[in-house]
Ligand binder design. Structure first.
Ligand SMILES: [Zn+2]
Length: 103
């Protein structure tokens, strides 16, 4: 587990990733500082992103197969980058929509 330093209380702690439902199929992935209870949101996901993440794992596995030829490898890498960008964009959209507003 990765250790980070809390922005608020400046203490170190181990990240324990948690997931909570937001609305419908939207979920919030986050962790909490055990010292001061500050909540850090990593990202949001929905069913579409989960599907894309699953697909990106499949592509990653295919890329790591040593017997694929360079042409196929190039194609898969291109697909991987495109999908990664799409996931990023979808996560940004959800973040904008569901981010907890600071009062
Ligand atoms: Zn803290």
């Amino acid at each position: 587990m990765k250790q980070i330093n809390c922005d608020k209380c400046e203490k170190d702690f181990d990240i324990e990733v948690k997931i909570e439902p937001v609305i419908n199929d939207v979920k919030r992935v986050f962790f909490i500082c055990p010292h001061c209870d500050s909540k850090y949101i990593i990202y949001y996901l929905d069913a579409q992103i989960e599907k894309q993440q699953e697909y990106i794992r499949i592509i990653q596995n295919k890329i790591s197969e040593s017997e694929i030829d360079s042409k196929k490898h190039k194609k898969l890498c291109k697909e991987f980058k495109k999908l990664k960008r799409e996931i990023g964009l979808n996560m940004d959209k959800l973040k904008l929509k569901y981010e907890i507003r600071k009062s």
